[in-house]
Design a protein around this ligand. Structure first.
Ligand code: SF4
Ligand code: ZN
Length: 310
């Protein structure tokens, strides 16, 4: 096997889509470089931004915190880690501990918000009600999660929220939007999308990095992360789309990269049209299509169920 394409060192990983072989050091450097190039290409982060890194405690988000720490500390930009405690018994505590430890090691603040404090119920309590709803746990949880991240970022006085969505996550979401007939919301996936109602920019520095490479980076940097998955995961369409794309990539190396470029092209035609026709939620003031946003609608339904049960 040939040596590292960059330095001639001991080969560790070959990118089938580009033919490049890398040693461990050059591989790790390449991940930081890719993130830096993505940030610059989509103008994700400016020199005066305070960056909130959404850290769940899994491998992707801890890797993102590590990479952004490398890129931005100790330069003037400030980093802060933010985490959401959804309230899943026996699962989230370990992940939050990993997030807390890495934040401490890097010397950055760590802001934690919980569903219980923000919405009045934990995910366990809310999903007790889900049986009656034709919606997957992750779609349901995602509505609250997105709002909780916004609240944590605001609490941390951030101007940018960075999430660890990678290339695989992105193309899966694109395909799922198509399969759900949710074309009007494709604009939300624009990497440069700015939601006028929410002044904090949302960015994805791992947008152009394969999930497999983020995982390898996490293993090679030795950051302890939570390996157990959320007990509510592996539901719905996403797992099937993920498996399908992995099979396609195995027989056609680079096809996920092509799909990313095609997705971005399609999405650019929908950018900034997603909020058209939105009206403020009568309950919380955030944008909604019907006068009541999905967070407030679902929250009311869960609370009704909880009071009905008690
Ligand atoms: Fe919520 Fe799904 Fe994440 Fe579990 S895996 S915390 S249900 S979004
Ligand atoms: Zn609302």
């Amino acid at each position: 096997m040939p040596g590292c394409t960059r330095c001639g060192g001991k080969p560790f990983y070959t990118r089938r889509y580009s033919g490049e072989t890398l040693c461990v050091k050059c591989f790790k450097d390449s991940i930081s470089e890719k993130a830096r190039r993505t940030i610059s290409k989509y103008r994700m982060i400016g020199s005066h931004d305070r960056i909130a890194v959404a850290v769940s405690g899994g491998k992707d988000s801890l890797s993102l915190l590590k990479v952004l720490g490398e890129l931005y500390l100790p330069r003037p930009n400030e980093l802060v880690a933010i985490s959401v405690d959804e309230g899943v018994a026996g699962y989230r505590d370990e992940a939050l501990e990993h997030a807390r430890k890495l934040a401490e090691e890097l010397g950055v603040d760590h802001v934690v918000v919980s569903y219980k404090d923000l919405f009045g119920f934990s995910l366990d309590e809310a999903l007790d009600w889900r049986e009656e709803r034709p919606v997957s746990s992750c779609s349901f949880c995602g509505v609250f999660r997105r709002r909780a991240i916004d609240e944590a970022a605001a609490k941390a006085n951030a101007t940018v929220v960075a999430t660890a969505h990678n290339l695989d996550d992105y193309v899966q979401t694109f395909m799922m939007n198509l399969m759900h007939g949710d074309v009007a919301r494709l604009g939300w996936l624009d990497p440069a999308y700015v939601d006028d109602s929410f002044p904090i920019r949302r960015v994805k520095p791992f947008l152009e990095i394969y999930e497999e490479e983020v995982a390898l980076y996490a293993f090679q940097t030795g950051v302890p992360f939570q390996r157990a998955s959320c007990p509510y995961m592996h539901e719905g369409l996403r797992s099937e789309v993920r498996d399908y794309l992995n099979v396609m990539e195995a027989s056609h190396p680079g096809i996920k990269n092509v799909l990313l470029r095609s997705s971005l092209d399609v999405i650019s035609h929908y950018a900034r049209s997603s909020e058209r026709g939105s009206v403020p939620c009568s309950c919380c003031g955030k944008p909604s299509s019907s006068g009541l946003c999905s967070v407030c609608r679902l929250k009311a339904e869960v609370k009704n169920h909880i009071s009905f049960q008690s």
